[in-house]
Design a protein. Structure first.
Lengths: 386, 386
DNA sequence: TTGTGCACAAAAACCGGTTTATGAGAGTAA
DNA sequence: TTACTCTCATAAACCGGTTTTTGTGCACAA
């Protein structure tokens, strides 16, 4: 009976979001077209006379006009939102943010995104199918992927048509062709960093050196290669027993049955370390793939009376806040998580803006940070080492 | 010359987001109206015949149709996004996420939001003006505020017309009227928790008890009241000297010049604790307003040879991951940050959905967690206390 | 006087969905 | 036969912006 238009005339535009004034209403009240108002909003001087511009600006200010972002995004086919996706289980040790490395990285990402005038949508899931489903609906301008292995990253790329930057994804050689103007990676020289760390241990007289991690993929595998290289170079033999593998299971009965390694439930991580600590006797040093694991391992050692660094030396990785706060402070491989995240975000936004920076991969360099958890076993330590 | 429509006819709808198929195109290819397709998508059986429904569903599957979220949001005037806003300086100790309490809370929030089918936009700023500016443009369905004092929360409420839940905002009595169906708060019995902690210290023979914090507002002020109450009850006098106040400055020269307290730059926090530790001699125990400060303070003590708990007892607050990982493990007041965040998110989404749960404030109860940093000073300790 | 170009503003198409109003045809009761 | 209801489908309005196209009036050159 009554049509939309009639109603809107009757109620003079009081529909929908009642307290939001629209550009049409403004144009109506000022007796001009929406184009003119829009032009003023976008600072298109030259299209509008100075007087009109001023009049519009004043009015906009008066009514505290805020554009409807959905309408704007629809018209411009963008969103100014960056999707940040972590592929992670809940509770490696609590939730993924509790890992100081992740926390620092997210902080760096958030800041970079914000400073570039974008916004950040954060999404965590272990289920790649779920991730794929959402990724295509979000309509975000770009994607930042973290904790994602080859296959998953490839699948996301196939599904999502806009720019993507991965952090710490190690694309296998056979897939390395996927890097293009729409897909980049920011990583770290994990292998080299670990190589130098283990070389440092060897240089300080260690020969029985364990390698501690919870997996054999991605970043940790790169670190493992560095470890192996350092051992080989020093003529030290490696056996699988030297791999302090801690497999934890999300749910009872899950987890692929690896040939070796300690198993534990995700919420009983410390128990897993306690068991690993039983094997410590044969070693003088253990390289740990993350600081947090290093700290938990140190606690397990200390609980059985093994002192660090007197009885056992520990090398960590990341140099996160735990490393400097724990006592003895941790000797570790430093990487700047915040910077890494920020860099990835910047690369992504450059891609979104079409300012493409030729580089398809950026690889940062780690640094050793010597603190108090490595003992010098040499009989005549050379000067300058400690 | 050539109008839009002509072009679209010529190119058969190949404009805009080239790889996105629209509902109109689908309707065209199936020879039906968009209404019908839309009805199928929304599961409005009863409106569409079973055969048509099936035919549409099959086709949607085939072309892997994904609705344009901006168009949908515009039409429905919603976004399915929750805005999570932290008012924080960068780098209290790194960035705000590095605080395990915040990290755990964000984790809880993210999970709750995701499980309810919403998405999370994260925004951090110390600048309330900037926050206000964005808050009104985002068009998110609801807002979760954290680290926000009275005034700021009120200003946000004034600017943003949809549901808001604050976490740990202590609305002063004169403003308590702001709680309504659009505004709630989730908090903790901070005063009571601290009261019990300090009472525990007193019960273990401590009389000279310091209170350590970096501010005198919000949550920390509530804790301070609990501390004072416990002292008073035990007839212990308090002087401002007992307040171990650590004021840190974001930029040189900023910071209101308080009457007392140690000052330091934000990136020299440990130095600040070192100075605070100089005053430790007069005390047998210090209650710290957060675990992270407790750990840093303990490190400062240990650096000057003061042993915990032998020479000095420490009580923390939060029971975050540092508390259990540091050695000696920290005696502290436990609160479940993840749960707190999740609860706030759930409350908010209930409000968005119109399922209002009468309660305008939810206050959780803390618990003491006794570990190894408090010494029993009594000459004849009663049985059952450690 | 007649173009021609320019500054400015308005009209209308468009983004891609959702939703209301309308209608056609079949079945049924009066 | 008429009227009414029901089912299924379509047309068209609508959300609130942006952007292209068109139009008008005026100055200036030919």
């Amino acid at each position: 009976m009554i049509k939309y238009k009639d109603i809107s005339v009757l109620e003079s535009g009081q529909k929908g979001n009642a307290d939001m004034i629209t550009i049409k209403e403004i144009a109506g009240k000022l007796g001009m077209s929406t184009t003119t108002v829009s032009n003023v909003i976008h600072g298109k001087t030259g299209e509008v006379s100075p007087e009109t511009t001023l009049r519009v600006q004043k009015f906009l200010e008066e009514v505290d006009y805020v554009p409807n972002i959905n309408a704007r995004n629809l018209a411009q086919n963008r969103s100014k939102i960056i999707g940040v996706v972590l592929k992670a289980w809940e509770g490696k040790y609590g939730n993924i943010f509790t890992d100081p490395f992740v926390a620092e990285m997210i902080g760096g990402i958030e800041k970079a995104i914000r400073e570039k005038g974008y916004f950040m949508m954060l999404y965590i899931s272990d289920d790649i199918a779920e991730i794929l489903k959402h990724v295509s609906t979000w309509n975000v301008d770009g994607l930042l992927l973290f904790c994602m292995l080859d296959d998953d990253a490839l699948r996301v790329k196939k599904k999502y048509r806009k720019p993507i930057v991965c952090i710490d994804t190690y694309i296998a050689k056979e897939n390395s062709g996927i890097y293009d103007s729409r897909f980049k990676n920011v990583g770290l020289e994990d292998e080299q960093g670990t190589y130098e760390a283990v070389k440092y241990l060897i240089g300080h007289g260690h020969r029985k050196i364990g390698f501690l991690s919870d997996n054999r993929e991605g970043v940790d595998y790169a670190r493992f290669r560095g470890y192996r290289r350092a051992l080989e170079e020093a003529g030290i033999e490696y056996s699988d027993r030297d791999f302090f593998l801690l497999r934890y299971e999300m749910k009872k009965g899950s987890g692929n049955s690896g040939a070796f390694g300690i198993r534990c439930m995700q919420d009983e991580l410390q128990e897993g370390f306690d068991k690993l600590a039983e094997r410590a006797g044969d070693y003088t040093a253990v390289f740990c793939c993350s600081d947090i694991y290093a700290v938990m391992f140190m606690n397990a050692l200390s609980d059985r009376g093994i002192r660090v660094p007197d009885d056992m030396s520990i090398f960590g990785f990341d140099d996160n806040s735990y490393a400097s706060l724990c006592r003895p402070a941790l000797t570790t491989v430093h990487q700047d998580a915040g910077y890494k995240g920020a860099l990835a975000a910047k690369l992504l936004i450059d891609m979104i803006r079409g300012e493409d920076s030729s580089k398809s991969q950026v690889t940062l360099k780690p640094e050793l940070v010597i603190r108090g958890t490595v003992r010098d076993l040499r009989e005549n330590p050379q000067a300058g080492n400690g």
